[in-house]
Design a protein around this ligand. Structure first.
Ligand code: DGL
Length: 270
């Protein structure tokens, strides 16, 4: 039993979609979240920068004595998971549990992956899926415009701009005949209605935040690290910049008002 918090981080507020799943699956756990709102987005940056940022983010969490680190960010999970694997505490990324869930779900063995430019350029999902089953066919597509569309509130399934962008991005995946689609970015579950409508009802969408939260529960349970408290978790949120849109975007990703304390920090110096 371990009452220390679970540390979760992301390039910004999108990772709150994974926190939303954690709150559902592990309501008694304390959570300490860091969103790098001062340096978001990571998804169009180069490998070295993403690794450097990820190292600082994880160091911040470890210094706060968390019992495990969950990288909610698809980009960090794809480019910098080695940094997490080297931590002295359990590390969960979104990549590995999500690839496993997709490989399990697909019947026709054709899987699509969508993510940021850096995630798709890294080839991480393709590698992981083919490691799990070399007979899979993997079709990948970077969807960078989805992130600003979500952050600016273009999220309704009736939103024509988002629908148009989704049709453009997803056409090659439909042509590839995938029956399973990995939502490999924090923001994509928020527009899953649009993505599902474009892909059609026969395609199973795999939410990476949900799979990572499930993996976190499994790992903590197997290591005897779940809390024994039954009184509901305490939540602390840290950001590296406080913007006008914070509360709107945070509530969109979390599905409710941000509970608990909020603090701004300087991630370069902590
Ligand atoms: N959190 C990022 C991801 O899941 C999306 C936003 C960004 O580009 O930083 O890849």
């Amino acid at each position: 039993m371990d009452r220390r918090p679970i540390g979760v981080f992301d390039s910004g507020l999108g990772g709150l979609t994974a926190v939303r799943q954690l709150l559902r699956i592990l309501p008694n756990e304390d959570i300490l979240y860091f969103g790098d709102t001062g340096r978001v987005p990571y998804g169009n940056r180069g490998r070295d920068t993403i690794i450097r940022y990820a190292r600082q983010d994880m160091r911040f969490l470890v210094r706060h004595d968390v019992k495990a680190v969950l990288a909610a960010c698809g980009t960090v999970s794809s480019v910098a998971h080695d940094v997490g694997d080297a931590l002295p505490i359990p590390f969960i990324d979104v990549l590995r549990p999500t690839a496993k869930a997709a490989a399990r779900a697909s019947k026709n063995r054709r899987i699509g992956v969508i993510g940021t430019s850096a995630t798709i350029a890294s080839g991480s999902y393709r590698r992981e899926l083919l490691r799990l089953d070399p007979a899979l066919t993997v079709a990948e597509q970077a969807c960078p415009l989805f992130v600003p569309l979500v952050e600016n509130g273009f999220v309704s399934p009736e939103e024509p701009v988002t629908r148009l962008v989704a049709e453009r991005y997803l056409a090659p995946l439909r042509e590839a005949g995938v029956d399973t689609l990995i939502l490999g970015c924090t923001h994509f579950p928020i527009i899953s209605g649009t993505i599902q409508a474009v892909m059609g009802p026969g395609v199973t969408l795999i939410d990476s935040g949900r799979e990572a939260a499930e993996e976190c529960r499994r790992l903590l349970a197997a290591s005897g690290l779940l809390t024994d408290s039954a009184s509901g978790g305490k939540h602390r949120f840290f950001v590296s910049d406080m913007t006008e849109s914070f509360y709107g975007v945070a509530a969109l990703c979390l599905g409710r008002e941000v509970p608990g304390e909020l603090e701004k920090i300087d991630i370069e110096t902590v």
